[in-house]
Design a protein around this ligand. Structure first.
Ligand code: C2E
Ligand code: MG
Ligand code: MG
Length: 727
């Protein structure tokens, strides 16, 4: 059955019930109304009759008290009353519905007789005896009338009571009927409500419950009763099919979500790992995995704050710089350099993780803040000597040779120590002072430690000042080129000069290159300065070639720094200078240090070959100071090995060293290279070099580096040293 039919049925039942109720109530009300009218009429009739009775009884009472002769007064006075009574009785009889006319007759008949008697009486003389008879007759008839009216009164009273009883009965019956009908109607309504609830509301509620449970993801839906309503049945079927589909979709979606959740968790884990790595990377050195500068500064900052709060708290900063690391890096390459740094870092860590009071692993910070610079923060030391003890331990640990790919490398370190005793404002200043102390340790001979004092700070400031002054000096043309002769040992004559720059400082006087070349290298000024020296030297040589009538090919050596070699335009610069000065490339020699060549052999070789194409000869400067292997030499387009002056001094001290030099000379000659030895200061040294078959020599024995004009005069003198030495 459809909902529409259900509702129509309910509608019909409700309307029919209502109509029945209203019709019944209307009917009953009409009946009661009619009965009430009858009751009122009966009551009025009864009162009327009763008043007639009273009037008759009044007259009758008068009869009782008077004599017959006075009766005629009464009769006369009753004349009008009797006529009115009769008229009223007729009227009552005609209007009466309940009492039969026979009933009225008992009163009306004697009354008519009375009226007749009264009329007769009026015509007669009062005193006649016949009148007395009439009066007696009147009295009899009047008694009959009284009897009749009394009966009528009783009947009317009885009738009024009967009508009243009927009214009461009908009222009760009506009330009862209406009550019963109302109850019936209520029962119908209740039944309708129950029916609606069972057929419509309960199934709808069950559907709604099922829908809510389906929405809230219940696995099982409540069993839906089979209801008699077509639409609800359809809805229930649709719901269960929808829930079925939904369940499948939810299952699919859930498994998809679970898959995505797993994927997300994996991604989160990866991201978290990456974040951890990033965080770690942000505060750690990638190469050695030690703390980096940022983390060190943060810890230094904390230590300084703590020191401000606790007077007895002390800490020290050890600034450690690996000695001659640059040479290892330059000669063995960056990979070897990196390995050495890692090995050093490991040594530092194991040395500071011994677990005694000086090396408590949890509080000390070991960091690498750049290149070969390590900083150790000793947190909570008891005495200043603790820092020195640790520095010595570190140096001892580093003194054990390192094994780098089968090569044994001995490395030392210079350490600067600063304490938080001075009133430092920032960790930078503390670090700066430890650095200054380290610099001092380096200058004092390396492989040692120094504790910072204020004098060191002043020196560091001076060095800083020097760096700042350098550029200014270049712009002010404060640099000057000196020339030191190079002597060919076979002839004893000068065969060339080495151009060596000096800084003619306005207040400090002539400053040697070792005091500023490093700074110029750091600031990059060396590129411009080196180019300028090259230009000056070529120009000078060309001038000497042109002005002096030389009978030999005088050459000029110019030093080229690491930074210049690394610059892409070096070949063009050399070419340009040769063009500008109109000097033939065959007279120019470029000196490049051994460590620079070894550092990046492949790229340097390309540059060297391009320079060679200009006819320029190449010297490997400071040979013997780096870590170059003799077996590599043939790979480079080198014409001359310049043996460092340290060899000369070592040879003096150790006579066996001569054998080493001789080996180098033989090897160089085999490779078609010449050998120049630097630092020849004595006649004996010269004789030794001649004996070792060296090709050329340079040193104070021949001449110190000289300004251009003095060099020119020396050249003009054409000195011949070998003869002197031989002499
Ligand atoms: P270097 O190229 O090895 O130059 C030789 C150095 O040894 C010169 O020092 C020279 O004065 C010094 N010398 C020569 N004979 C003797 C001797 O018998 N005894 C002693 N004790 N020393 C001797 P200088 O002029 O102080 O130059 C030092 C270094 O500065 C040079 O070493 C070179 O590496 C660098 N340098 C000088 N001028 C320049 C330049 O124009 N450019 C570049 N890049 N470096 C330069
Ligand atoms: Mg040189
Ligand atoms: Mg040299």
């Amino acid at each position: 059955m459809r909902i529409y039919h259900h509702i129509s049925t309910l509608h019909v039942v409700a309307i029919a019930g209502a109509i029945t109720l209203v019709a019944t109530v209307g009917l009953l009300m009409t009946l009661v109304q009619t009965t009430m009218t009858h009751t009122i009429a009966a009551s009025e009739q009864r009162q009327h009759i009763h008043s007639l009775l009273n009037a008759a009884e009044d007259i009758n009472n008068q009869f009782a008290n008077v004599e017959n002769e006075d009766l005629h007064h009464i009769i006369k006075s009753a004349k009008f009353s009797t006529n009115r009574w009769l008229a009223e009785l007729y009227e009552l009889r005609d209007s009466s519905e309940n009492m039969s006319p026979v009933t009225f007759k008992e009163a009306c008949t004697p009354l008519e007789s009375l009226i007749q008697i009264i009329q007769n009486f009026s015509k007669s003389n009062n005193t006649q005896p016949s009148n007395t008879d009439l009066a007696a007759k009147f009295k009899r008839q009047f008694e009959r009338y009284l009897h009749g009216i009394t009966q009528l009164d009783k009947l009317s009273a009885k009738e009024a009571n009967a009508v009243s009883d009927t009214l009461t009965l009908r009222k009760r019956t009506s009330m009862l009927t209406i009550g019963v009908l109302c109850l019936l109607y209520l029962a119908i309504i209740e039944h309708t409500r129950y029916w609606t609830r069972r057929r419509l509301i309960t199934p709808v509620e069950q559907l709604a419950d099922a829908a809510i449970q389906a929405m809230s993801g219940a696995d099982e839906l409540p069993q839906l009763e089979d209801c008699e309503t077509h639409e609800l049945n359809a809805l229930a079927r649709m719901l269960s099919s929808f829930v079925g589909t939904l369940k499948t979709q939810v299952k699919e979606r859930t498994s998809e979500l679970e898959r995505q959740k797993l994927q997300l968790e994996r991604e989160v884990a990866v991201r978290r790992r990456a974040e951890d790595q990033l965080r770690h990377a942000a505060f750690h050195d990638r190469l050695t995995n030690l703390c980096n500068r940022d983390l060190l500064m943060d810890r230094l900052d904390r230590c300084m704050s703590r020191a401000k709060r606790h007077n007895d708290y002390k800490f020290a900063v050890l600034f450690l710089d690996v000695d001659r690391f640059k040479e290892v890096n330059d000669s063995l390459g960056h990979t070897a350099g990196d390995q050495l740094l890692i090995a050093i870092a490991n040594r530092l860590v194991s040395c500071l993780r011994q677990g005694d009071t000086l090396s408590r692993s949890e509080s000390n910070t070991i960091s690498r803040i750049g290149g070969d610079e390590f900083v150790i923060l000793l947190d909570g030391i008891k005495a200043r000597s603790d820092a020195s003890i640790v520095a010595e331990r570190l140096q001892e640990a580093l003194s054990v040779p390192f094994d780098l790919e089968g090569r044994s490398i001995v490395s030392t370190a210079s350490i600067g120590i600063a304490f938080n005793e001075l009133d430092y404002d920032s960790p930078d200043h503390l670090l700066r002072d430890a650095d200054a102390a380290m610099y001092y340790a380096k200058a004092a001979g390396k492989a040692r430690h120094e504790i910072f004092n204020k004098q060191m700070h002043a020196e560091a400031m001076a060095r800083l000042e020097l760096s700042a002054d350098l550029r200014h000096a270049f712009e002010n043309q404060e640099f000057v080129v000196y020339y030191q002769p190079i002597v060919t040992l076979s002839s004893g004559h000068i065969s060339g000069f080495e151009a060596l720059v000096r800084w003619n400082h306005p207040t400090k006087g002539l400053i040697a290159p070792l005091n500023f070349i490093g700074h110029a290298e750091e600031t990059g000024l060396i590129v411009q300065l080196g180019q300028w020296v090259l230009n000056q030297a070529c120009h000078q040589l060309k001038q000497w070639h042109d002005e002096l009538d030389l009978d030999f090919p005088l050459s000029m050596s110019v030093n080229v720094s690491k930074r210049q070699v690394a610059e892409p335009g070096l070949v063009d610069v050399v070419k340009k200078v040769l063009e500008e000065t109109k000097l033939d490339g065959e007279y120019l020699r470029l000196e490049i240090t051994e460590s620079v060549i070894m550092a990046n052999a492949d790229t340097v070789t390309v540059v060297l070959n391009q320079i060679k194409e200009l006819g320029v000869q190449l010297y490997m400067d400071d040979f013997g100071t780096g870590y170059s292997s003799l077996s590599y030499l043939h790979r480079f387009p080198i014409d001359v090995l310049k043996i460092d002056r340290e060899f000369m001094s070592t040879m003096n001290a150790n006579k066996n060293y001569a054998g080493v030099v001789h080996t180098v000379v033989v090897l160089a000659h085999n490779l078609n290279m010449e050998v120049i030895v630097e630092g020849v200061e004595t006649k004996d040294q010269l004789a030794q070099l001649i004996a070792l078959d060296c090709d050329k020599a340079q040193g104070f024995y021949f001449s110190e580096p000289l300004p251009a004009d003095q060099s020119r005069r020396l050249l003009q003198k054409r000195p011949h040293w070998i003869q002197e030495s031989a002499a």
